[in-house]
Design a protein around this ligand. Structure first.
Ligand code: HEM
Length: 240
């Protein structure tokens, strides 16, 4: 235990985690509305989860670059868990009444989520991971089609590819859940503090980091459909 200024003592736990600094960041004495605490805690903890998410994705980039696919898969699994928390904690914002949020909103001035350092870093590293992934496929001389058709033969690459699909899917789910929060608090016809219409936010929910990984599914369905209708390859139930 170490003495601190106000005569109290800090424990090793408090010193290591810097709980004093961390818990003063919510400015408890200066809230414009009691519900501002919900907003601050969810928003600040989201930045922390985004920090960990970015950290894991950076490790996945290095692993992919060096061909350590199992390690890249492990980091992507962690990333998936982080995004689960990011999506899940948006539920808490549903408890802010719309009128309370109007008080809280004034504190943001013209600030908006587009300035989120965590989200910008996530998007940047997710794109870089895609570049490293496709470079790895060309080094290994394997196509996406081969990975999906012969998934057992390319088990590590298959799992890595699906890890990227999880990441892409999770980010779209986060954006979709966040859109529902916006609609619930400021309404579907409002304009954001950065001047963004909710229509634009809705369009962003379908934005993909890895469109090829979604397109391949349609291509496989087309390919399978063509096989089924080719002479000599009639589906079993139509034979005889
Ligand atoms: C009541 C809660 C929230 C409301 C009403 C809200 C509202 C908005 C709006 C209107 C925008 C569009 C930009 C603008 O014009 O302002 C936006 C963007 C954004 N917000 Fe929020 N937001 C909320 C909570 C959060 C939380 C908890 C996070 C977590 C980090 C967050 C992160 C973002 C990000 C990253 C963007 C950019 C989105 C993208 O690139 O698709 N927001 N938000």
């Amino acid at each position: 235990m170490t003495p601190v200024e106000d005569g109290q003592v800090s424990t090793a736990y408090e010193r290591y985690l810097q709980t004093d600094r961390l818990l003063s960041l919510q400015r408890s004495g200066e809230l414009v509305h009691p519900d501002e605490m919900i907003f601050l805690v969810v928003q600040q903890s989201s930045e922390l989860w985004l920090k960990l998410l970015t950290h894991e994705l950076e490790s996945a980039v290095v692993s992919t670059r060096t061909g350590s696919t199992l390690s890249a898969i492990r980091h992507l699994r962690r990333a998936h868990s982080c995004l689960g928390h990011l999506i899940g904690q948006l539920d808490v914002l549903d408890h802010i009444p719309p009128w309370s949020y109007q008080h809280i909103r004034t504190q943001l001035e013209d600030g908006s989520g587009f300035s989120s350092p965590g989200w910008s870093a996530t998007r940047k590293v997710a794109r870089l991971l895609g570049t490293e992934f496709f470079a790895l496929l060309s080094r290994r001389g394997v196509s996406l089609r081969e990975i999906y058709v012969h998934h057992s033969r390319f088990e590590d690459l298959y799992q890595l590819t699906e890890g990227l699909v999880d990441l892409d899917s999770d980010c779209m789910l986060w954006r979709t859940r966040h859109l529902k929060v916006i609609e619930r608090t400021i309404g579907a016809e409002a304009i954001g503090l950065a001047g963004t219409s909710i229509e634009v936010m809705a369009k962003l929910t379908t934005r993909q980091f890895y469109p090829d990984l979604w397109r391949i599914r349609s291509q496989l369905t087309d390919e399978a459909g063509k096989r089924l209708t080719s002479p000599g390859l009639v589906p079993r139930q139509q034979q005889g």
